[in-house]
Design a binder for this molecule. Structure first.
Ligand code: FAD
Length: 468
C-alpha cells in the first residue's frame, strides 16, 4: 500500500520496479555486496526527496541513499530480503550557481564528480577532488563518504572542499545550509555532521563547493625508489624543492606494476630496469611561466644524488602524463585478473609507513605462505591500500573466506601504529564491527546518540556505520 503511494508521488519517471531495470542499482563494482529492493525511487528534486522520506519515515519503510554506487564498503547496497527502498539521486544533476569571483559553485547531489570538475574548468577554476571513479561517483556520494583521492595532499578531503549543504532529514524536513561563507562561527558546524556519514544521518541534495585557481603548469614524473623509507624522504624533499607545490605522491610496488603491464591494454613498463618500488609525483601551480619544470628537474637531480631514486620518467606531454597516471589508476582493476584479493584501506602517520608495510608483510606471509602483498596508494596522505593477492595455487574463495582473520592481523598493526582502519572508503557494512572494536566506548556512544537524535526511527541506511 505505502509503496503504491510512493509511486504515485514520484510519477512514472520517478521510480523503477522492474527487476531487470533495477539490476544496475543492485550491482556493485567488485561484486562483493548483493541485495534486493522492492523499488528504486528516482526523485527529480529536493521536494520529491523530502516527500519520499516523510512518507517512508511515517510508514516504517527503510531507505538506502545511492549516488554513483562506486563506494567500496557496501554502504549504498540494500540488505537482501529487508524491503529497503533505494533512493537514487541520479536525476538531480542541475548546476544551480557558479561564482568564479567567490570561488564557489552550487551543484545538485546527482552531478558526477567529472561534471563538477568540468563545471569548474568552464569557469577557469579548479575543483580538485579527483578519483579513478569520478565518471560515476556523484557529488552527494563523495561528500557522504568524505572521499579523498589523488590531490588530498594539497587540497584536502571532500570535507575540506565544502562550504554549504542542503540536506533532507530522515523525517522529510529540509535543512537549507547552502551558504558560501568562508567564515561563520555561529555554533555547531552542522554540514560537517553529514559529510562522511554515509547516508545514515540525512540525504544530501545539493552542495556549495570550493573552487581554486585553475592550474597553469603541471609536471609529472614516475620515479624508481629503492624502498618505502626512501619514498618518505623523497616526499619531504619534493615538498621543499617545489615550494610546497606537490599535488600527488603515489606509491606503487613492483608487483603492482607487473600486474598493470600484464593485464591492462596499452600499459607499458615506463623505465628500462625494474625497480622494487615506484613513486608517481605530481607538481602543480596556478602561476604561469616555466619554473615548475625547473623545480621538478632540480628535485629529480637532488633525489638521484642522495640515492632516494634510481631512475625517473618525466612526462613531456599531456598524453605522456595520462599514460603515467594510467599505470597507477589501473592498479585496482589489474588485480582482478590475478584472482581474489583481501583489501585494506588504512592510514598511519607518514613516517611509519615503512614500518607498517614491513610488519604487516611479515605477519601475513607467516600466516598464509605464498600470499602476495600489493601495498600502494596515496602515500603523501599516509594512506595505503594494503591489498593481498591470493597465493597462486590457492582457490579464490578459500582466500576470501579468511578475510576477517587476515584483516584482524593487519588492522591490529595499524591501530598499534596510531592509524585508522578506514582511511577514505568509509565504513558501510564492511567495517561496522571493526570500528566498534577499535573506537572507544565514549566515541561509539556519541555516534549512536547522534544517529538516534537525527534519525530516531532508524529510517536511513540501517545497519551501516553504527548498529542500532
Ligand atoms: C575504481 C575506484 C577508485 C576509487 N578511488 C577512490 C579514491 O581514490 N578515494 C576515495 O575516497 N574513494 C575512492 N573510491 C570509492 C568511491 O568512489 C567513493 O567512495 C565515492 O565517494 C562514492 O561516491 P558514489 O556517488 O558512488 O556513492 P555511493 O557508492 O552511491 O554511496 C556511498 C555512500 O554514500 C551514501 N550516499 C550516496 N549519495 C548520498 C547522498 N546524496 N546523500 C546521503 N548519502 C549518500 C550511500 O548511502 C553510501 O553509504 C573508488 C572507487 C572505485 C570503484
Amino acid at each position: 500500500m505505502s509503496l503504491e503511494a510512493l509511486k504515485a508521488l514520484l510519477g512514472p519517471q520517478g521510480y523503477i520496479d522492474e527487476p531487470r531495470d533495477m539490476a544496475p542499482y543492485l550491482t556493485e563494482w567488485r561484486d562483493r555486496w548483493h541485495g534486493d529492493t522492492p523499488l528504486v525511487a528516482r526523485p527529480a528534486d529536493t521536494t520529491q526527496v523530502a516527500e519520499v522520506l516523510a512518507h517512508c519515515d511515517r510508514h516504517g519503510l527503510k531507505v538506502v541513499p545511492q549516488g554513483g554506487h562506486t563506494g567500496l564498503c557496501g554502504g549504498a547496497m540494500p540488505h537482501a530480503g529487508a524491503g529497503e527502498i533505494v533512493l537514487s539521486l541520479g536525476r538531480m544533476t542541475r548546476v544551480r550557481a557558479v561564482d568564479p569571483e567567490g570561488y564557489a559553485m552550487t551543484l545538485e547531489a546527482g552531478c558526477t564528480l567529472a561534471q563538477a570538475q568540468a563545471t569548474a574548468r568552464e569557469a577557469d577554476r579548479l575543483f580538485p577532488l579527483s578519483l579513478a571513479s569520478e565518471g560515476s561517483a556523484q557529488v552527494g556520494g563523495v561528500l557522504s563518504t568524505n572521499a579523498g583521492g589523488n590531490a588530498v595532499l594539497r587540497y584536502g578531503n571532500a570535507r575540506d572542499l565544502v562550504l554549504g549543504l542542503e540536506v533532507v532529514l530522515a523525517d522529510g524536513r529540509v535543512w537549507d545550509g547552502l551558504r558560501s561563507l568562508r567564515k561563520d562561527n555561529t555554533g555547531y558546524d552542522l554540514k560537517q555532521l553529514f559529510v562522511g556519514s554515509e547516508g545514515t544521518l540525512g540525504v544530501i541534495t545539493a552542495a556549495v563547493l570550493k573552487l581554486f585557481p585553475a592550474l597553469k603548469q603541471q609536471e609529472t614524473a614516475l620515479t624508481a625508489v629503492p624502498d618505502p623509507a626512501a619514498a618518505v624522504r623523497l616526499l619531504t624533499l619534493a615538498k621543499e624543492a617545489s615550494g610546497d607545490r606537490v599535488t600527488s605522491f603515489e606509491l606503487m610496488p613492483r608487483r603492482g606494476m607487473e600486474f598493470v603491464v600484464r593485464h591492462m591494454e596499452g600499459c607499458r613498463d615506463p623505465l628500462a630496469e625494474p625497480s622494487p618500488w615506484y613513486v608517481l609525483i605530481d607538481l602543480g601551480t596556478a602561476a604561469t611561466g616555466d619554473d615548475l619544470a625547473e623545480a621538478m628537474q632540480a628535485l629529480l637531480e637532488t633525489a638521484l644524488e642522495r640515492g632516494l631514486i634510481t631512475d625517473a620518467a618525466l612526462a613531456q606531454s599531456v598524453a605522456q602524463r595520462r599514460d603515467l597516471w594510467r599505470l597507477r589508476e589501473s592498479l585496482s582493476e589489474s588485480q582482478k585478473y590475478e584472482g581474489g584479493s583481501i583489501k585494506h584501506d588504512v592510514s598511519v602517520p607518514i613516517a611509519r609507513i615503512p614500518e607498517f608495510i614491513r610488519r604487516a608483510n611479515a605477519v601475513v606471509e607467516h600466516r598464509l605462505p605464498g600470499i602476495r602483498p600489493v601495498p600502494f596508494g596515496h602515500m603523501g596522505d599516509g594512506n595505503i591500500h594494503y591489498n593481498l593477492d591470493q597465493p597462486r595455487e590457492m582457490d579464490r574463495q578459500a582466500l576470501l573466506d579468511r578475510w576477517d582473520e587476515i584483516s584482524l592481523l593487519v588492522h591490529d598493526i595499524v591501530i598499534g601504529l596510531g592509524g585508522s582502519v578506514s582511511a577514505e572508503h568509509g565504513v558501510g557494512q564492511l567495517k561496522v564491527d571493526e570500528i566498534a572494536r577499535y573506537k572507544s566506548g565514549v566515541e561509539m556512544e556519541l555516534m549512536s546518540r547522534l544517529k538516534r537524535c537525527l534519525d530516531p526511527k532508524g529510517t536511513l541506511n540501517p545497519g551501516k556505520v553504527v548498529k542500532p
